[in-house]
Design a protein around this ligand. Structure first.
Ligand code: 3YP
Ligand code: ZN
Length: 377
């Protein structure tokens, strides 16, 4: 089945300037200057492959627009917004944790990123397209109400969701985050919100090291609607697909959202410099297929992907294309050259120690059924 798929990309996303670093560290002394892992390359090369593969001809391009300060204020503090704005008007600076550099004009590009997620989600909710992918930069899933964190200035996904809510376009939303790092931003923002289900699949204690544990389940009316799946390092396609089948599927069927938003990070890739996981482009394709199937089941196919991390400039484009091919239902003639090195690798298979953790998460997803019934939500 082919579908109409919205696609957001803007050249200004590549102009977000993370400066001179050695990966994540500051250059200087014996640290030779290089670029930041979060450089334009990964995303710009993904956008290039979308063009060169020809898939662009089958996508519905959607132009992003900057969200306003009012939009940001639904999620962030006035102090945080003013701080980013002031730094952006001078030489740039850091988002708040020492790991979130940005250059002059970074405030506007970050608003264009949140706006990219917003226009993609709006197009899906209005039925202009069946589904959508927002290839935005900077990412958003670590940003918290009062500070930027881990390359993220503003919480793109929550800012988009809250604007849709303010416009009466959506009520119940599920966020599924498969970036290798914990989706601490959405967890914090929606901690007490019973109308937003937040699920994060990530490498156990990678970043932030002190969050993303199984026992973080939300509070008050939002108890039960936050589910963490902290997979052991080394998990591959088998583990991730099992998480979708055993945890995400069960939670989504119970929660019945109006819209699924995916925080799409390709840093679980087997060759990512920041993650220690082993997912191939076929693993990402399989996750996308399952997520689309679940969207068909619970919310008439309404699903939007918002790009987060992914730091292999050479592998990210193939992982991203596999997801976009799934969204459109069109297979291009592109093959991922990295697949050969993983085809027979045991790292792709589900192991017993991964299954133990997934079973614990699956219990939390099953518990959601009782919690929702008991509270009448
Ligand atoms: C590792 C240290 C600073 C940023 C962090 C990774 C950010 C990321 O990809 N989050 O999804
Ligand atoms: Zn990440």
């Amino acid at each position: 089945m082919t579908r109409t798929t919205g696609y957001v990309w803007h050249e200004r996303y590549a102009w977000h300037d993370t400066g001179t670093h050695a990966g994540i560290y500051r250059a200087g002394g014996y640290v030779q200057p290089y670029r930041n892992f979060e450089s334009p390359e990964t995303k710009a090369r993904f956008a290039s492959l979308v063009e060169v593969s020809g898939l662009i001809e089958s996508l519905t391009r959607i132009a992003p627009e900057e969200v306003s300060e009012t939009d940001l204020l639904r999620v962030h503090t006035a102090e945080h917004i003013a701080n980013i704005k002031a730094l952006s008007e001078k030489d740039g600076g850091d988002g708040g944790d020492g790991f979130t550099p940005f250059g002059p004009g970074g405030y506007d590009i970050a608003r264009l990123a949140a706006g990219g997620t917003y226009v993609a989600a709006r197009a899906v909710m209005q039925g202009d397209v069946d589904n959508a992918y927002a290839l935005v930069r900077p990412p958003g899933h670590h940003a918290e109400p009062e500070m930027g964190r881990g390359y993220c200035l503003f919480a793109n996904v929550p800012v988009a969701i809250e604007r849709l809510r303010a416009e009466g376009l959506v009520t119940r939303v599920a966020i599924v985050d498969y970036d290798v790092h914990h989706g601490n931003g959405a967890q914090k923002i929606y901690w007490e919100d019973p109308n937003t289900l937040t699920i994060s699949i990530h490498q156990d204690r990678l970043f932030p090291v002190d969050s993303g544990m199984l026992n973080e389940r939300g509070a008050g009316d939002g108890f039960g609607t936050n589910i963490n799946v902290p997979l052991p390092a080394g998990s591959g396609d088998g583990a991730y697909l099992s998480v979708i089948d055993r945890v995400v599927a069960s939670a989504l069927r119970t929660f019945k959202p109006d819209l699924i938003v995916v925080s799409s990070g390709f840093d679980p890739s087997a060759v990512d410099p920041l993650g220690r996981m082993s997912v191939t482009s076929e693993g990402f394709r399989g996750m996308a297929e399952r997520l689309l199937g679940l969207a068909d089941e619970v919310c008439e196919g309404r699903i939007v992907f918002s790009h987060e991390g992914g730091y292999s400039p050479v592998h990210t484009p193939y992982c991203g294309l596999a997801v976009l091919e799934t969204l459109t239902g069109i297979r291009t003639e592109v093959t991922d050259p990295f697949n050969v090195s993983f085809d027979d690798s045991p790292t792709r298979e589900l192991t017993a120690w991964q299954t133990d953790l997934i079973s614990e998460s699956a219990e939390l997803a099953e518990a959601l059924g009782l919690i929702i019934t008991d509270s009448g939500r």
